[in-house]
Structure formats: structure tokens, C-alpha cells
Design a protein around this ligand. Structure first.
Ligand SMILES: Nc1ncnc2c1ncn2[C@@H]1O[C@H](COP(=O)(O)OP(=O)(O)O)[C@@H](O)[C@H]1O
Ligand SMILES: [Mg+2]
Length: 172
């Protein structure tokens, strides 16, 4: 089991969105990305950047009221928001497992609410508000695929304006 911790700092919503967009260049079908952090931290901003990078033209809004929105781009993106879900059993109603195990890229806002529902190998992106315009983003991986994804994502962030990466890379 790999557990990586790397840190990213962004200075603006645009920079966070650009970081999300960079993720689109390295994701594969079947990848699961969990987005955590307080309301307003920037989870949807990351998801919007990812959608943009996948060539999705429809507006990507927070699926809070829908729980799941599926978008078709160069890859299929399943965008979940589990904020309003009360119990893990309700995940069955939205075919959570069927969706994440299909050929889609899954991005799950508030995925940490039901940790037992998550597959073993996921990339977790935790956003922390450091001030009005800046965010600390902690990246961790729980298996070999997410470790590879994290590493490739961090590499892809090099040179992006307003984005810096730091800290430990991988401990395999
Ligand atoms: N560095 C930053 N990264 C992401 N969002 C930022 C940043 N600075 C300010 N913001 C603002 O914070 C809010 C994040 O909202 P959103 O992505 O909907 O949060 P969440 O989905 O985590 O509840 C947006 O209004 C965005 O413009
Ligand atoms: Mg959101």
C-alpha cells in the first residue's frame, strides 16, 4: 500500500482550476478521486478544471442537489457530491459502485463521509482554506494506481502560474 503526501499551494481559484485541468492529462478510466475539505474550499473548482481538461463543454455545477452528474468528454466523468447523503446505503440508489467500477473517471466531493464505501486505491485531495484567495491542497494515495496518478499529476503542475508543489513525494 502506498501512502503519499505531497502538498500543493494555489494563490487563486484560477490556479486551482488549472491544477484540476492538469489532472485531466493524467487520469485514466477507472480512476477514483476523492475531494475533501470544508464548504467553499474549492472541491467543485477542481472538478470544473478536470471537466474542462476532458473537453466537457456543458457547465459543470456542484451536483449537491443531484448527488451525481455524468458528463461526456474525451472520457466520461462521473461527478459525485455526497454532502446531502445521510447513509451509505443510499449510495446504492445512485448506483455508486456500478458507476465507479465502470469506464469512467470518478470525482467524489465529500467522499470522506463514507470511507468504508470507497474502493481501496483512491487519490484523496484535501483542500484547506489558508486565506481568501489561497488554498493548501494535500494529496495522498492509498494504492499503486493512485500513487502513480499523484506523481504524474504533481509533475504536470510544474510551471503552472500560481501553483507550487512541495514536501515529501512518495514513500512506497
Ligand atoms: N485558491 C483558490 N482555490 C479554489 N477556490 C478559491 C480559491 N480562492 C478563492 N476561491 C473561491 O472559493 C470558492 C470555492 O468554491 P467551491 O469550489 O464551490 O467549494 P466546494 O466545492 O469545496 O464547497 C469559489 O468561490 C472560489 O472562487
Ligand atoms: Mg462543491
Amino acid at each position: 500500500m502506498s501512502k503519499v503526501c505531497a502538498g500543493i499551494e494555489t494563490v487563486s481559484a484560477e490556479a486551482t482550476r488549472a491544477a484540476g485541468k492538469a489532472l485531466a492529462g493524467v487520469v485514466r478510466e477507472g480512476d477514483v478521486i476523492v475531494l475533501t475539505g470544508d464548504l467553499g474550499a474549492g472541491k467543485t473548482v477542481i472538478a470544473k478544471g478536470l471537466a474542462d481538461g476532458l473537453g466537457i463543454v456543458a457547465p459543470v455545477t456542484s451536483p449537491t442537489f443531484n448527488i451525481l452528474l455524468v458528463h461526456q468528454g474525451t472520457k466520461t466523468l462521473a461527478h459525485f457530491d455526497l454532502y446531502r447523503l445521510e447513509k451509505a446505503v443510499q449510495l446504492e440508489d445512485i448506483d455508486f459502485w456500478g458507476t465507479i467500477e465502470s469506464d469512467t473517471v470518478s470525482v467524489i466531493e465529500w467522499g470522506d463521509r463514507f470511507p468504508e464505501a470507497l474502493p481501496q486505491d483512491v487519490l484523496t485531495v484535501r483542500l484547506v482554506i489558508t486565506d481568501d484567495e489561497s488554498r493548501h491542497i494535500e494529496v495522498s494515495a492509498s494504492g499503486p494506481r493512485s500513487a502513480q496518478l499523484a506523481e504524474e499529476w504533481l509533475d504536470a503542475l510544474a510551471g503552472l502560474e500560481g501553483v507550487t508543489t512541495h514536501g515529501e513525494r512518495w514513500q512506497r
